[in-house]
Design a protein around this ligand. Structure first.
Ligand code: GLN
Length: 446
C-alpha cells in the first residue's frame, strides 16, 4: 500500500485519475490486514483497488464528479465495495469521472479532466476514465467502474486494458449513485483477463437490497480459462464495421477475427439492423431516467446548498443551477421534456419501442452464436477538448456499446492491437449471464 501510494503520487501529476487518494485510511486498513496476517489463499488480501467516485464508500468523499456532491461523505458502503473490503482489499482511492457518469471523455468532471495513460494529450474515454487510466498507468491492479452506455468498455478500449460490463443484475447496484437505472451496471477494469474474472467472482451475486440483482449462482469465472475455443461460434455484425468506423480499427478487428479462426472458432457475418437507432433512443431513455433519479439533489437532502436563497423554491433552483454542470443540465432538460405529457408518445414511448427491436436483434443472433465480436469504439482515443463543443458528435462515441446496455447483456473490451501508438479495443458480447464465454475467448486471445 505504501508503494502504491508513492507511485500514485508520482503518476497523478500526469494522469489525474483520482479525485480522492485515501492515504491515511488506506495505510490503516493495510496495517489491520498485516496485524491479522496476510491470507495466502485470498487473492485480494492487502491488494489496493480503486473505486469510481459514483460508488458509495462509507466516510470517504463520494462526489460523482460533481460540485453538487463535492462535500458528500456517505454513511454506508455500496455492496460491491463492501464485498471487496470483506476480502481485505485496500480501498486506495476514488477515481475521476464525467459528472454523474454523463460523458465519454471524463472532461465533464468538476475535478478537471483525466488523461489517457498512453498519451497525455488524448482523452482517456469516459465516464469511468479515471478508473481506466489508473489501471493502464500502473497505479492500481484493478478498479471498479460503472457502465450505462459504454462507460467501462469505451475507456478500457482507449487505454488498452480489460473492462467488463457484467449482465444487468449480475452485480448489485446498491450504493451506486443512479443515472439510468434500467441500464446502469457496476463492473471492473484490470490489465489481464484472469484478474478481471477474479474480481467478478467477488463482486457478483444476489443482494437483498437490490431487487434487480439476480438469484443465480455465481460460477468461478476463472475456472474455464484454458485457451481452448475450438468450435466456438462467433458472429461479426456487418453494421459494426460500417460507416463511421475508422480504417485502422476495422483492420485490427478483422485481424482478430482471423486469430479466432486460427484457434478453431468460426466467425460469420450477421446483421443487427436496428443498432443504428441505438444512440438516438439511448439519449431519450437514459436522460429520462436521469431526470427522475437526479431530482433528489435539491440542496436539502444531500450535497451542495446555494447561499442567500429567498424561499424554498429559490433554494432548489439556485442549488441546482450552481451545483450541476452543463451536460447534466442538458440531460435533465431533455429527459424532462421526453417524459412530459405532450411529448411522451413521440419520444419516450418511441424510444422504448426501438429498444425492444434492438433486444430482438440480439436474441436472433444468439439463437445460433455463442459470442458477438466487433470494435468497442469507432476510433482510437482523440485529443482532449476535440469534441467538448459538439454533444451530438460526442454521443456517437457510444454507438457500438449502447445496444448492449439496452439488452442487459454482458460485454467486454479487450485490447486487440495498436494504431499509431494508441490502443484499439475489441468488443465481446455474450448471452445473459454467460460472462464465462467472454472470459474464455478473451483469455485465448490475450
Ligand atoms: N457516454 C455515455 C453517456 O454519456 C455513457 C455513459 C455511461 O455509460 N455512464 O451517457
Amino acid at each position: 500500500t505504501q508503494a502504491t501510494l508513492a507511485n500514485i503520487k508520482k503518476t497523478e501529476t500526469n494522469v489525474n485519475a483520482f479525485i480522492t487518494v485515501n492515504d491515511d485510511a488506506a495505510l490503516a486498513q493495510a496495517k489491520a490486514v498485516d496485524d491479522k496476517g496476510i491470507d495466502a489463499t485470498n487473492l485480494f488480501s492487502g491488494i489496493p483497488i480503486a473505486i469510481k467516485d459514483n460508488i458509495l464508500t462509507k466516510d470517504i468523499l463520494t462526489t460523482a464528479g460533481s460540485k453538487m456532491l463535492s462535500n458528500f461523505k456517505p454513511v454506508f458502503d455500496a455492496t460491491a465495495t463492501e464485498k471487496l473490503y470483506g476480502q481485505d482489499a485496500i480501498m486506495i482511492g476514488k477515481t475521476n469521472m464525467d459528472e454523474f457518469a454523463m460523458g465519454s471523455t471524463t472532461e465533464t468532471s468538476y475535478f478537471n479532466a483525466t488523461k489517457n495513460a498512453w498519451d497525455y494529450t488524448k482523452v482517456p474515454g469516459g465516464s469511468s476514465g479515471g478508473s481506466a487510466s489508473a489501471v493502464a498507468s500502473g497505479e492500481v491492479l484493478a478498479a471498479l467502474g460503472t457502465d450505462t452506455g459504454g462507460s467501462i468498455r469505451q475507456p478500457a478500449a482507449f487505454n488498452g486494458i480489460v473492462g467488463l460490463k457484467p449482465t444487468y443484475g449480475r452485480v448489485s447496484r446498491w450504493g451506486l449513485i443512479a443515472f439510468g437505472s434500467s441500464l446502469d451496471q457496476i463492473g471492473q477494469f484490470t490489465r489481464t483477463v484472469r484478474d478481471n474474472a477474479a474480481v467478478l467472482n467477488i463482486i457478483a451475486g444476489h443482494d437483498q437490497r437490490d431487487q434487480t440483482s439476480s438469484q443465480r449462482e455465481v460460477p468461478d469465472y476463472t475456472a474455464n480459462l484454458t485457451g481452448d475455443i475450438k468450435g466456438m461460434k462467433i458472429a461479426l455484425p456487418k453494421e459494426y464495421l460500417g460507416e463511421g468506423i475508422s480504417k485502422e480499427v476495422k483492420e485490427t478487428i478483422l485481424n482478430a477475427a482471423k486469430q479466432f479462426e486460427a484457434m478453431g472458432a468460426t466467425v460469420e457475418e450477421v446483421s443487427l439492423p436496428h443498432s443504428k437507432y441505438g444512440v438516438a433512443a439511448y439519449y431519450i431513455i437514459a436522460s429520462s431516467e436521469a431526470s427522475s433519479n437526479l431530482q433528489r439533489f435539491d440542496g436539502i437532502r444531500y450535497g451542495y446548498r446555494a447561499k442567500d436563497a429567498k424561499n424554498l423554491n429559490d433554494l432548489y433552483v439556485k442549488s441546482r443551477t450552481e451545483g450541476f454542470g452543463d451536460e447534466v443540465k442538458r440531460r435533465i432538460m431533455l429527459g424532462t421534456f421526453s417524459l412530459s405529457a405532450g411529448s411522451y408518445d413521440a419520444f419516450f414511448k418511441k424510444a422504448a419501442q426501438v429498444r425492444t427491436l434492438i433486444v430482438q436483434d440480439f436474441q436472433r443472433v444468439f439463437e445460433k452464436y455463442d459470442l458477438i465480436m466487433g470494435p468497442t469504439t469507432p476510433t482510437v482515443a482523440f485529443n482532449l477538448g476535440a469534441k467538448v463543443e459538439d454533444p451530438a458528435e460526442m454521443y456517437m462515441n457510444d454507438v457500438l456499446t449502447i445496444p448492449v446496455n439496452f439488452a442487459g447483456l454482458p460485454g467486454m473490451s479487450i485490447n486487440a492491437g495498436f494504431s499509431e501508438g494508441l490502443p484499439v479495443g475489441m468488443h465481446l458480447i455474450a448471452k445473459h449471464f454467460d460472462e464465462a464465454s467472454i472470459y474464455k475467448a478473451a483469455y485465448a486471445f490475450e
